[in-house]
Design a protein around this ligand. Structure first.
Ligand code: FE2
Ligand code: FE2
Length: 243
């Protein structure tokens, strides 16, 4: 196992925010949910395909262009799953929660969210592409389950049960039909996970190069900024920070 892989996995092991369980339990008001979803939407959901396009636009090696192009195509069109773009699927879940989608579209970012977003813009906006790829496709698109995902032993309920068990369906009354994002991700996301790791690990020099250190530092910075962003969402929504 490459050292870089382990260093990045150890960052993903920490992509967990202490107050996350509050979002998986009943009891939040619509306005608390709105704070969370509006920030998520504006900080990366709406523009995730654009951020991917920036990586592709840097002209990375041919061997990774296809993976980036497929990911971009799916995120912006849903063409490999149900035919609906992922940002739009996110908004359909918002409709299902009876939250006005225009309130998301017009929300402004909290200062900590804006800082995280500026970092994503900077990392994807210029060379070397592989650093932006690590931040965007491993850190942003990945989760705390990355280690299990790579080992192929992440347990998942069958899709229909997973939708029934989703907190927005189970506790907040979102109709199952509005959960197309969960379906799309189930259909394509494990491919995105594999591609993300492969494109980064195959293109960062193994020879104790400084590039590996820079990739790790960038992902550590992403984690720090993300945790501060999640703290700010909780503070703004009046959700207590655990610990
Ligand atoms: Fe997606
Ligand atoms: Fe994806």
């Amino acid at each position: 196992m490459s050292d870089l892989r382990e260093r990045l996995l150890s960052i993903m092991d920490r992509k967990h925010h202490s107050a996350w369980p509050a979002f998986t339990r009943p009891g939040l008001t619509r306005s608390q949910l709105l704070v969370h979803f509006a920030q998520e939407y504006n900080v990366y959901v709406r523009d995730f395909p654009v951020l991917l396009a920036r990586l592709l636009g840097q002209g990375p090696p041919r061997s990774v262009r296809r993976a980036l192009a497929e990911n971009l195509y799916e995120e912006e069109t849903g063409g490999l799953s149900g035919g609906v773009a992922h940002p739009e699927l996110f908004l359909r879940m918002i409709d299902g929660l009876r939250i006005d989608r225009s309130a998301l579209e017009t929300a402004t970012l909290l200062p900590e969210a804006a800082k995280y977003r500026e970092f994503l813009d900077r990392m994807t906006g210029g060379a070397p592409w592989v650093i932006g790829a690590a931040v965007l496709t491993i850190f942003v698109e990945g989760s705390v389950h990355e280690r299990a995902e790579l080992a192929g032993n992440r347990s998942a309920l069958p899709i229909e049960e997973a939708i029934d068990a989703h907190p927005m369906v189970k506790h907040y009354g979102c109709p199952r039909e509005a959960m197309g994002l969960v379906r799309a991700h189930r259909a394509v996301e494990s491919g995105h996970r594999k591609d993300a790791w492969q494109m980064v690990l195959d293109h960062v020099g193994e020879d104790a190069s400084t590039e590996a250190d820079v990739v790790v530092e960038a992902c550590e910075a992403a984690l720090r900024l993300w945790l501060a962003y999640r703290d700010a969402v909780c503070t703004s929504a009046g959700i207590p920070l655990a610990g």
